[in-house]
Design a protein around this ligand. Structure first.
Ligand code: SF4
Length: 486
């Protein structure tokens, strides 16, 4: 049986696509191996959101090229956003590559590999499925479902954030029929999955192509309910209705998360869904990108700082204890020190418990290429350091408040240290010891210690309690495995 290995770069969407690539290849008779060196086919699933990931692809192909000289039968396939963006240019600049495949063409990967195997020239397929969108679904055997997994609800993006290459690499928005989404979630939960994260580039822009969802409470009221009269009717979507349908149809599901939303779709109907649905955890990741109105405008984000604050404040007020995390870009063209200070001020104002910070880098085909990339690399690095320091201080304060409290933790499994690991409702990673294997259970834990980015807890049930410090093992030496790289 020929073997394959998938190496994943980038975001959760890519992790999800990699799982689908693995399923497609397994169905075609390939066997999965963790060992890139021994695989007959290596698929590099790429990301082009940041420059670094693209450079990693080039060095990875270089390394595989050396391997290919001693094993000419090795096939190298490049998938994901860089594949979509560069297409044939990749095979011209890196002749070691045998197949280039876009995110919408994954089902055709086995046939392209077969052609390449039979000596055809490099195969390139990067066609968007705009006419007939398809969504690859997971189909785990009973008992084989991951504790926590992703379900795609839409793909592509109709926003035009000026820094972002995604509308170019993933195409315009396509939504998955609600019946398909519900059926996949039912299957996953029947197979043992406890937590689902709905996945889409602008996940909360969802509109059901089947028009099968009943209107959600407060749908159509727009943010005018909160006093503003100029709300854009486009902000209203069927995402709150989808959340309600999932909660209704799959009551055994323990947690339902989503990523990544766009703030303009955080409407009263979505806030109401958070208020009503116990399955929605009290944590939301809501990208803001900057705390300066001038920068937000240049980024094309379609909201002001005040509008963002208004929307998330309504959410926090309606769901006491809800925490927020966010994405921020520093050093966007024209960002002054004062504008960066406004971003730091927003961090404190909102109290984000998690911040994914990035330095701006020019991406191909993006509107921001027209703006001069005029913040020096040194200033970008300095601002990123200050941003992450500020975020860490806020996070540290938050985690410290949890010491002594009892938190419900969904156990994901044993970590490399030998202890068990899971997440609280508010997504805090928690490590603990247990006398048996509680993987997949929702267990109450008493938080004993706060670390920099995570918590240490004890099982509330003393009969199952094992001291965390007594169970941790020294970390094993790093192995050469497929990696997920940001
Ligand atoms: S919303 Fe903006 S940042 Fe997000 S994928 Fe679309 S264009 Fe990119």
């Amino acid at each position: 049986m020929p073997s394959f290995s998938v190496v994943t770069f980038g975001c959760q969407m890519n992790v999800h696509d990699s799982e689908r690539i693995e399923e497609v290849l397994q169905r075609a008779g390939y066997g999965r191996t963790e060992e890139v060196k021994g695989a007959d086919v290596v698929v590099l699933n790429t990301c082009s959101v940041r420059e670094k990931a693209e450079q990693k692809l080039r060095s990875e192909v270089g390394r595989l090229g050396v391997l290919k000289r001693s094993r000419p039968e090795l096939l190298i396939a490049v998938a994901g956003c860089v594949a979509q963006q560069e297409g044939e240019r990749l095979t011209k600049s890196m002749p070691q590559i045998d197949v280039v495949i876009g995110p919408d063409n994954i089902p055709q990967l086995p046939e392209l590999l077969a052609s390449a195997q039979h000596g055809s020239p490099a195969q390139v397929r990067t066609v968007f499925d705009h006419d007939r969108p398809t969504f690859l679904a997971a189909s785990p055997e009973p008992g084989q479902g991951n504790v926590s997994t992703f379900v795609t609800t839409m793909k592509g993006c109709d926003e035009r954030c000026t820094f972002c290459v995604v509308p170019y690499t993933r195409g315009s928005e396509r939504y998955r029929p609600s019946s398909e989404i519900l059926a996949e979630i039912e299957r996953l939960v029947a197979a043992g999955t406890k937590e689902i994260t709905l996945l889409g580039q602008t996940v909360d822009s969802y509109r059901d192509p089947e028009r099968a969802l009943p209107a959600a409470p407060l749908a159509g009221e727009g943010v005018s309910r909160w006093g503003r009269r100029n709300a854009n009717p486009d902000d209203e979507t069927e995402f709150p209705a989808l959340l309600r349908a999932i909660a209704d149809r799959v009551p055994q599901l323990l947690r339902l998360r989503y990523t990544s939303p766009h703030p303009r779709h955080l409407t009263p109907a979505l806030v109401e869904a958070h208020k009503d649905l116990k399955v929605l955890p009290r944590h939301v990741h809501m990208p803001v990108q900057s705390g300066s109105d001038e920068v937000l405008k240049r980024m094309g984000r379609r909201y002001t700082r005040a509008e963002y604050v208004e929307r998330v404040s309504m959410l926090v007020q309606s769901v006491p204890g809800l925490t927020l995390s966010t994405d921020i870009i520093v050093g966007f063209p024209g960002e002054t020190e004062e504008q960066f200070q406004q971003t730091l001020g927003l961090l404190e104002q909102i109290g984000f418990v998690g911040v994914f910070g990035f330095k701006y880098s020019q991406r191909p085909f993006t509107p921001a290429l027209k703006l001069a990339d005029d913040v020096s690399e040194a200033d970008k690095s300095d601002r990123l350091t200050r941003l992450l320091d500020a975020a860490e201080t806020i996070r540290g304060r938050h985690l410290a408040t949890l010491v002594g409290t009892t938190q419900a933790v969904l156990v994901e499994g044993r970590s490399k240290t030998g202890a068990f690991t899971g997440r609280t409702e508010r997504n805090e990673i928690t490590h603990f010891g247990c006398s048996d294997d509680p993987t997949g259970e929702l267990v109450p834990l008493v938080v004993r210690r706060a670390l920099k980015h995570s918590l240490i807890g004890d099982m509330a049930d003393e009969r199952r309690r094992r001291d965390y410090d007594a169970v941790v093992e020294p970390r094993p030496a790093p192995r050469s495995l497929p990696v997920v790289a940001g």
